[in-house]
Write a protein that binds this ligand. Structure first.
Ligand SMILES: N[C@@H](CCC(=O)N[C@@H](CS)C(=O)NCC(=O)O)C(=O)O
Length: 347
């Protein structure tokens, strides 16, 4: 991640309406302990010990949802899904019976932050991984969480799990991800929360220049780096899947829709239709979160009915480019029954 895009301070700059006249700055994750095979930060990889807390609305949390599915970590790392609409105490478990997460027994994610650091004054963000026995937050470091799932949790991966961060390709993956992070993943937020015309213009130009570059790159290759799905594709996907439903209108990223770029649209549909990607996507949570929470840029809170999402499942014809989605591995199995996105929230 480029330092110019971050600052210390409270997380979730986009989650409130006080972005006022300051340029949009994404907070640096505050709790950056790592869960590793050797447990060097005091948090060893262990089946059943940790709980991943996400909102299906959040692109950063959705990276972890996809990685966890592709790697087959569903049994090892359990999942809590927060209500897409935060209240004044931030993310809450109102989708669960009695409004409490059934494993952690808490009503708000902030309780896990507090258990870790009493009186924690910063923002409460997802993704978060919580240590179940102590109820303490371990990490909300969204940039590191998926890399660690790919490289530190290997002992618990399913047989046939892909290598999402292959050693020989890491330099290239990192380089591609850095540009996509700055101009696309975070770029849409910079456009959406710009507080001056100049700031918006710059974010818009950088965003579409980067999308054009990616479109050219993907015209004759199936995936961003190498010939298999990697972390770079996961990070790109979670922004692309939100593009037409949210970023095009709500964040004013409207030079064109994703569906108007034949290459990127086919690439995104290819991933969407790959087990582990589309089956994590909840369009209802995505739309309601952005349009109802960001009242500073959508004061009425009205959630648009469009776009028509049914085309996400149309043929993409990308297999003809070759590529081996899972390398020498295999696709993940079905979504565990308790984790299925309600059919009404999908295409
Ligand atoms: N952990 C990160 C990034 C993750 C993030 O921004 N997540 C958003 C949701 S997409 C969030 O939880 N924001 C806090 C809030 O909206 O209250 C950060 O420190 O900024």
């Amino acid at each position: 991640m480029s330092d110019s895009d971050t600052t210390t301070g409270s997380a979730g700059t986009e989650g409130n309406d006080s972005y006022g006249h300051k340029p949009f700055k994404r907070s640096r994750s505050h709790f950056a302990d790592r869960i590793t095979a050797d447990g060097r930060d005091g948090w060893p990889v262990e089946a059943g010990r940790y709980r991943l807390v996400v909102s299906r609305a959040c692109p950063w949390a959705s990276r972890a949802l996809v990685s966890r599915r592709l790697l087959g970590l569903e049994d090892a790392l359990s999942l809590a899904v927060a209500d897409p609409i935060q209240d004044d105490r931030s993310w809450r478990f109102t989708l669960d019976p009695d409004g409490a997460d059934p494993v952690l027994g808490i009503h708000h994610l902030s309780e896990a932050y507090d258990a870790r650091e009493h009186g924690y004054p910063g923002g409460v963000s997802v993704p978060a991984i919580v240590d179940v026995p102590s109820g303490k937050l371990v990490t909300n470091d969204y940039q590191q969480i998926t890399l660690d799932l790919a490289t530190e949790w290997t002992a618990l991966h399913r047989p046939g799990a892909p290598d999402l961060y292959p050693e020989p390709l890491r330099a290239e993956i990192d380089e591609v991800m850095e540009g996509i992070y700055r101009d696309v993943n975070n770029g849409v937020y910079k456009a959406g929360f710009a507080s001056s015309q100049q700031e918006y213009d710059a974010a818009y130009e950088a965003l579409f220049a980067r999308l054009d570059e990616a479109s050219a790159r993907l015209a004759d290759r199936r995936y961003l780096v190498g010939d298999t799905i990697t972390e770079a594709d996961i990070r790109f996907f979670t922004t692309l899947v939100r593009f037409d439903p949210v970023y095009h209108g709500h964040f004013k990223c409207n030079r064109n829709k994703l569906a108007e770029d034949p290459v990127l649209w086919a690439y995104a549909r290819d991933l969407y239709q790959t087990p582990g990607f589309g089956d994590t996507v909840d369009f209802d949570h995505i739309k309601r979160h952005y349009y109802q929470v960001h009242t500073g840029i959508n004061p009425t809170g009205i959630v648009p009915l469009g776009p028509d999402l049914s085309r996400w499942t149309t043929p993409h014809h990308r297999a003809q480019l070759g590529g081996r989605p899972f390398g020498d591995g295999t696709p993940p199995g079905p979504v565990p029954p308790g984790e299925r996105v309600p059919p009404a929230h999908t295409v």
